[in-house]
Design a protein around this ligand. Structure first.
Ligand code: C2E
Ligand code: MG
Ligand code: MG
Ligand code: MG
Length: 286
């Protein structure tokens, strides 16, 4: 019976699995070329005070794949983590974001996401220091975003890494707060500079009283700990009003602005660079 079932399973799942594995291998192969051929890009999404004043940007990676179009990090970051390319990609992100931020007239914050693989790598703080020195970015302008899951395994070591990063003068944000597997006790051990409430909570605000209660409690937790909160994924004025009513300090989301090329935010950051897109357009017409 087991054999029959086994064969049934194979028949049911094999083609699909095969296709997925094949797809992953293709992407993995393409990813090395993406790094070598400059197909990776950073988009920037504004972070604002609850009043709307923009104080920083989060760098979000995209892959302009020659045949598949613009790919989301959710598609290729897991692959990069599996095959180790994430270290090279992560360093590129950090360097590119810092290089870009030093060209801004306004000394706004720049937030960069760290993969758990990067976070666990021995050289992380050396790499960050090197990039800060090389680009000349003031450390306090850089915020590194980690997720709760990096604290689950080997907490003592994670703490060491956080402290050595903190010594460089950079800020540390807890991303996707409330969705990980670690207990809240880590908040006693390390002073995070920001807690980012995950978008999944914000998207259900005003529709579900349990979600409202959780968001209210997290904002209260931030106040008690004296850690500013960023609400992620704010899309509507109703969500913003709820957060304002609870005295949430900061918001990020489509309501304020979508992730875009930095040129699209040139007036905010204070750069004269023309967006590449319009250069291309004028090249075509001219
Ligand atoms: P994240 O760090 O939590 O980033 C926020 C994600 O929510 C971004 O998706 C952003 O585009 C999206 N978002 C922001 N506001 C809204 C909104 O109002 N509505 C909706 N529906 N979505 C919103 P994105 O850019 O696709 O990135 C997904 C995830 O990929 C990020 O989540 C982060 O975990 C990861 N990621 C992005 N860039 C990097 C990177 O350079 N390195 C690493 N290791 N991971 C990255
Ligand atoms: Mg993030
Ligand atoms: Mg997040
Ligand atoms: Mg996320």
């Amino acid at each position: 019976r087991a054999k029959a079932e086994g064969r049934g399973m194979v028949r049911m799942f094999e083609p699909e699995m095969d296709e997925r594995i094949h797809d992953q291998r293709m992407l993995q192969h393409d990813l090395q070329r993406a790094i070598d051929c400059d197909e990776l890009e950073l988009y920037y999404q504004p972070q604002a005070r609850i009043t709307g004043e923009i104080y920083g940007f989060e760098a979000l990676i995209r892959w302009r794949h020659p045949t598949r179009g613009l790919l989301s990090p959710n598609v290729f970051i897991p692959i990069a983590e599996e095959c180790g390319l994430i270290l090279e990609i992560g360093e590129w992100v950090l360097r590119t974001a810092c290089r870009n931020a030093v060209t801004w007239a306004a000394p706004l914050q720049i937030s960069v996401n760290l993969s758990p693989v990067q976070f666990r790598h021995d050289d992380l703080s050396t790499t960050v220091l090197q990039i800060l020195m090389e680009t000349g970015l003031s450390p306090e302008r850089l915020e590194l975003e980690i997720t709760e899951n990096v604290l689950v395994k080997d907490f003592a070591r994670a703490l060491q890494t956080l402290r050595s990063l903190k010594k460089l003068g950079v800020h540390i944000a807890m991303d996707d707060f409330g969705t990980g597997y670690s207990s809240l006790s880590y908040l006693q051990s390390f002073p995070f500079d920001t807690l980012k409430i995950d978008r999944s909570f914000i998207s259900r605000l005003n529709t579900d009283h349990l979600t409202d209660a959780i968001v209210r409690a997290v904002i209260g937790l931030g106040r008690g700990l004296d850690v500013p909160i960023v609400a992620e994924g704010v899309e509507t004025e109703e969500q913003r009003a709820f957060l304002a009513g609870e005295h949430c300090q900061n918001i990020q989301g489509f309501l304020i602005g979508r992730p875009q090329e930095i040129g699209d935010y040139a007036d905010i950051v204070g750069i004269e660079c023309k967006p590449q897109r319009s250069l291309r357009r004028s090249a075509k017409t001219g």
